[in-house]
Design a protein. Structure first.
Length: 296
């Protein structure tokens, strides 16, 4: 009986030992599986984090390029090409599984794109500074040209005024115009009269004033005498000045040498009507002097 109890006790011990070993083995397996699962989870989390980081960094590159392109410099085309490379790489990273090999390749490409961007940004900043300097110089030039233009316009205006003043000042002035009626006797003696029946000659006289800036030389004046019947007497010749015409009584020619000249010319005639006569002197088509007289 005692032997049988000893055998049962031994068998129980063996079973307990086996179960203990199995339990220890199970616990070890469970620990390993749990550890492996945690390791895989950690690796996956790390991969996702690296993928997000690469995408974020690439997005920052794109933002930098967008800002530079918006400034519309002469490098805009080059900047757009580099930005497109960044955009394409972002799409590749997003579509990738995020494995170690891929992420390593993407990181290398990012570093290269980042380096290219720094070079382009430095060059772009240099161009911007040059453009700013050129713009400042251009604005200064525009201001100077504007001032020069204003000065030229002022000078041109002054020259025009001076030319007008000279032109006006160079015109000859006709002064002291007189018109008188005379009776000329056979002896040649001239007797001034106001009686129409006795008049057989009119005498027209005037003075051309001294003018040092006027052009010297021969001058012609057209004298027009209009009688009381509104008819031009004398030669009654017509001369045209462009679209204007003038009927004159006679022409008086003067040699002008910038000094005062006394001019006098006679107009013989007969049958002078009673009334008021009007006498006009023209320098070409410009009326320069006038007077009148009356015959009774």
């Amino acid at each position: 009986m005692e032997d049988q109890q000893n055998k049962s006790s031994s068998s129980l011990k063996v079973v307990i030992a086996v179960l203990t070993a199995l339990l220890i083995g199970s616990l070890g397996y469970i620990f390993k599986v749990t550890t492996d699962a945690k390791s895989v989870q950690t690796e996956l989390t790390k991969t996702v984090s690296e993928k997000d980081s690469v995408v974020k960094n690439l997005q920052e590159l794109k933002t930098t390029y967008d800002a530079a392109i918006a400034e519309n410099t002469s490098m805009s085309d080059e900047l757009k090409k580099e930005r497109d490379k960044v955009v394409n790489l972002i799409e590749e990273v997003k579509k990738s599984k995020g494995d170690v090999a891929s992420m390593s390749k993407f990181k290398t490409q990012f570093v290269k794109l980042q380096g290219d961007m720094k070079v382009l940004m430095t060059e772009n900043e240099g161009l911007k500074k040059q453009n700013t300097k050129l713009t400042t110089q251009r604005d200064s030039t525009v201001v100077v040209l504007g001032e020069s233009k204003k000065n030229n316009e002022v000078l041109a205006g002054q020259n025009d005024e001076l030319s007008k003043t000279v032109e006006k000042g160079s015109k000859l002035t006709v002064l002291d115009m007189k018109a008188s009626a005379y009776k000329v006797r056979s002896s040649g003696k001239q007797i001034e009269t106001e009686k129409a029946g006795r008049v057989n000659m009119l005498k027209i006289s005037f003075t051309i004033a001294e003018n040092q800036i006027a052009k010297s030389g021969d001058k012609s004046y057209y004298v027009q005498i209009i009688d009381s019947k509104a008819s031009v007497i004398g030669d009654k010749q017509t001369v045209n000045f462009g679209d204007k015409s003038l009927v004159y009584s006679f022409i008086t020619n003067v040699k002008y040498e910038n000094k005062t000249v006394q001019v006098s010319q006679d107009l013989p005639g007969k049958d002078f009507a009673k009334g008021t006569y009007f006498v006009n002197v023209f320098d070409k088509d410009e009326l320069v002097s006038k007077t009148s007289f009356t015959l009774k």
